[in-house]
Design a protein around this ligand. Sequence first.
Ligand SMILES: [Zn+2]
Length: 290
Amino acid sequence: MTTASNTPGKKGYPKFVHTNRSVEYKTSGWKIDADGRHILFTDGCGIGRVRLVGTRAIETFPLKQIKRVRLIKRADGFYVQFCVRAERVVEHIPTGDIVGIDVGLNAYTTDSDGKTVDNPRYLRKAEKRLKHLHRRLSRTKKQSRNRMKARKRFAKAHLKVQRQREDFARKQANALVTSHDLIAFEHLKITNMVKNRHLAKSINDAAWGGFLAWIGYYGAMHAIPIIKVAPHFTSQKCSRCGTMVKKSLSVRTHICSCGLIMDRDENAARNILQKALENGTAGQAGTTTP
Ligand SMILES: [Zn+2]
């Protein structure tokens, strides 16, 4: 929800956590009007009463369920985020399909049935525009009005890409959970991978972390097992005979002496699924099958 008026004051912040770009309240220090269109911050830090703009009807939630209120500054305005405790359970309609997925650079995901979802290269596409906006920003005079405007434009373009990315991840995760009864994926150390400079851009671009978190979220809602497996040898091992076939990142096809010739990522996805089934539901984040 965007707030249209008032900006937070810079005086003392007594009762809440204050980070760089957000202010967080727990269950006190704020009050919502009965109409749900205004929120009053009552702790005397100078924010006061703020009008809420947006489509969600926060007043329909019992007050007790609102555990946290966060005031966030974004490039295009201030947002009030309400953390609401709610049990959302969806009846999962069994599909009889189980799947292992491999996240990669060539495809967003490749699954153990060989299906791929293309990588949305939003950032690459938007990069040209971002670069242009950045050049314009750096040509403006310091502390000028034009600089302020240029900075805002740049930040907004960035924000747009971020939102597209998040939206894509959420939709993909939901579709995947809806159409399967079990999902296995590799537990990736994303922070380590991002340290590799050449991979970093694409990894951030695909935003796997968010994607995998959404799978966990929807998996819990549908009460299906989501199993993370250790990422060892999943791309080297032959998914048919178990032989180790060493290959560098640039080798895209798995070719084994047993005769199996398969896309590298599909082979990995099959290994991921096999691993998950061998470990049973002892894997992390798993819930039992309904
Ligand atoms: Zn083999």
